[in-house]
Design a binder for this molecule. Structure first.
Ligand code: FES
Ligand SMILES: [Fe+2]
Length: 377
């Protein structure tokens, strides 16, 4: 949720209006978004430590594509379409688990190695010209960055390091790969994915929607440093009398890193990472969201909270203080986005003017339109 910065002078938004209804309601436009955005861009899958051991896997679903991300015997991660090369059956049903040493299709037991090679196909000797080597699982591109795993369903994606150039190295001082995810909460939100991004990109709504948040961090504080393109955000200031964004207002852990700079101890950095990740860096914990569109009016969201390992070992700290604060704030955001979705469906809806305090939401809309090849609305 939150950043909204009044420092918008670098984004010309004069005359900018919200998107027409079809961007939130049309099944056809949603299908185009899946093809042109979600099947082409790098998507954050989650943390690499969700899949720690050989055979461990997670499933991710985007549009009609199910992807199996699995760790092999050598410790490498691989990603494959969750679709058998025989008659197409899904190889795994559960969203996570361990496949053991092989991936075995539940239908006719075609068997694959953890790196996707077909090594068993019963009763295929009589198939003329059949060679198992011709039927590996269809691979999906993978990348890792700061302990996060990303996948790209495109056949020839832009290399991750190039696509993410504005972010590579940007958060090194937070030591993100060393942090431990203590909690994950999943949400099923009845709103279009873009409403959730637009909402995260401004704090114009913070006073009405988040009374507790604005006591800890003034809604007009801070400054943006990424205000154009696929990555948007900046920081907001934590009040001098508050330690962090928690229910108690006190820090709920040690600093996430010894390399934080003085200013970092009084800021929360909020970045939206197009098209499915939100990253919120606090002095004592880091929160991330992954967003999975599940229809024009539905988005499944996973929120994770990461802490320094010392915080989780020290009984003096209560990591739940930060988790509860954002779980409450998340639910406030999801609710207002659901109300926004429902209001937009009304025949009375028409695009309304954006405030200068919503300049990042405008920039987000522009990125969507660019990705779709549409003219600015
Ligand atoms: S569909 Fe997988 S083995 Fe037949
Ligand atoms: Fe919010």
């Amino acid at each position: 949720m939150a950043s909204s910065f009044i420092h918008s002078t670098r984004i010309p938004i004069e005359g900018a209006k919200t998107l027409p209804r079809k961007y939130y309601a049309s099944a056809e436009l949603y299908a185009t978004e899946i093809q042109k955005i979600f099947f082409r861009r790098w998507l954050c899958v989650g943390r690499a430590d969700e899949i720690p051991n050989p055979g461990d896997y997670v499933l991710r679903q985007i549009g009609d594509a199910g992807v199996l991300i699995v760790r092999d015997k050598t410790g490498e991660l691989g990603a494959f379409h969750n679709t058998c090369r025989h008659r197409g059956t899904r190889l795994c049903e559960n969203v996570s688990g361990n496949v053991g040493e092989r991936i075995v299709c539940p239908y006719h037991s075609w068997t694959y190695t953890l790196d996707g090679q077909l090594i068993g196909a019963p009763s295929t000797a009589g198939i003329e010209g059949f060679d198992k080597a011709d039927y590996p699982l269809h691979a999906v591109h993978l990348a890792e960055w700061e302990g996060f795993v990303f996948m790209n369903l495109g056949p020839d994606p832009e290399p991750f390091q190039e696509a993410y150039a504005p972010l590579v190295g940007k958060f090194s001082r937070f030591h993100l790969p060393t942090l431990v995810t203590a909690r994950r909460i999943e949400y099923d939100v009845q709103a279009n994915w873009k409403l959730l991004f637009q909402n995260y990109s401004e704090c114009y709504h913070c006073s009405p929607v988040h009374p507790a948040l604005v006591k800890l961090s003034p809604a007009t504080s801070g400054e943006n440093d990424l205000f154009d393109g696929p990555f948007l955000g900046g920081f907001m200031v934590i009040n001098a009398n508050a330690g962090s964004m928690t229910m108690s207002g006190r820090a709920c852990g040690v600093a996430v890193s010894s390399a934080l700079e003085e200013d970092d101890h009084h800021r929360v950095y909020y970045y939206s990472i197009f098209p499915n990740m939100l990253l919120s860096l606090h002095p004592d914990y880091v929160m991330f969201h992954t967003l999975w569109p599940a229809g024009p009016q539905r988005t499944l969201i996973t929120c994770g909270w990461m802490f320094h390992p010392d915080t989780l070992r020290d009984p003096q700290f209560d990591s739940d203080d930060g988790v509860s604060f954002w779980d409450m704030t998340n639910r406030q955001d999801w609710h207002i986005c659901e109300e926004s979705q429902r209001g937009i469906l009304s025949p009375a809806y028409e695009p309304g003017p954006y405030s200068p305090r919503e300049s990042l939401s405008v920039a987000f809309d522009r990125e969507v339109l660019k990705a779709l090849g549409h003219n600015a609305a």
